[in-house]
Design a protein around this ligand. Structure first.
Ligand SMILES: Cc1cc2nc3c(=O)[nH]c(=O)nc-3n(C[C@H](O)[C@H](O)[C@H](O)COP(=O)(O)O)c2cc1C
Length: 163
């Protein structure tokens, strides 16, 4: 099975989860930023797992990314890769299946996975498994203890679900 785990990550939490999911899926899986996940890199994949942080109760918008960039109190964010939103908007049609995840603080309303799942399904990648949430301890992270292991286990579960 060829799988990619695509992520948007401003402070590295979602990227770390993406790498753990890819490890759990196995040797056929790669974790790629939205910049690395070009049409060529995802051509003919059987499974796309896509994840992003929740920012302001939602999948990050351009406006929120800009407000993070201009916030002098925020630790430097990596905004070099496209947003998950824009990546989904230009995702070429395919025939694989999909799964969505988000990183977030535990008590927040809203989320990112709904919009991610919708974008993946629109491009022809129906859900292979129910979405997952991974939790950080503070506004900018770090991840809660055990979340990397949960991500790895979910990756293994996804690989089994894909047969
Ligand atoms: C400006 C800002 C707004 C946030 N808004 C939310 C939110 O509405 N709900 C939530 O669960 N987490 C929220 N968070 C927490 C992030 O989702 C969390 O830190 C995430 O893991 C960051 O992922 P990244 O390191 O991959 O960018 C917010 C964080 C920041 C900095």
């Amino acid at each position: 099975m060829k799988a990619v785990v695509v992520y948007e990550s401003l402070w590295g939490n979602t990227a770390a989860i993406a790498r753990a999911i890819a490890e759990g899926i196995g040797p056929g899986a790669r974790a790629l930023s939205t910049a690395e996940a070009t049409a060529e890199a995802i051509a003919a994949v059987d499974l796309i797992v896509a994840g992003a942080p929740v920012i302001a109760f939602n999948l990050p918008t351009d406006r929120m990314r800009e407000s993070v960039r201009s916030d002098p109190k925020a630790p430097p964010a990596d905004l070099s890769a496209p947003s998950m939103r824009s990546w989904l908007d230009t995702l070429p049609a395919g025939h694989g299946r999909s799964a969505a995840f988000e990183t977030r603080i535990w008590w927040s309303p809203g989320g990112s996975t709904g919009a991610i799942t919708k974008g993946l399904e629109r491009a022809g990648y129906p859900e292979a498994a129910k979405e997952r949430k991974f939790v950080v301890r503070g506004k900018y992270g770090p991840l809660r203890d055990g979340e990397i292991e949960r991500a790895r286990a979910w990756g293994a579960e996804l690989a089994r679900a894909m047969g």
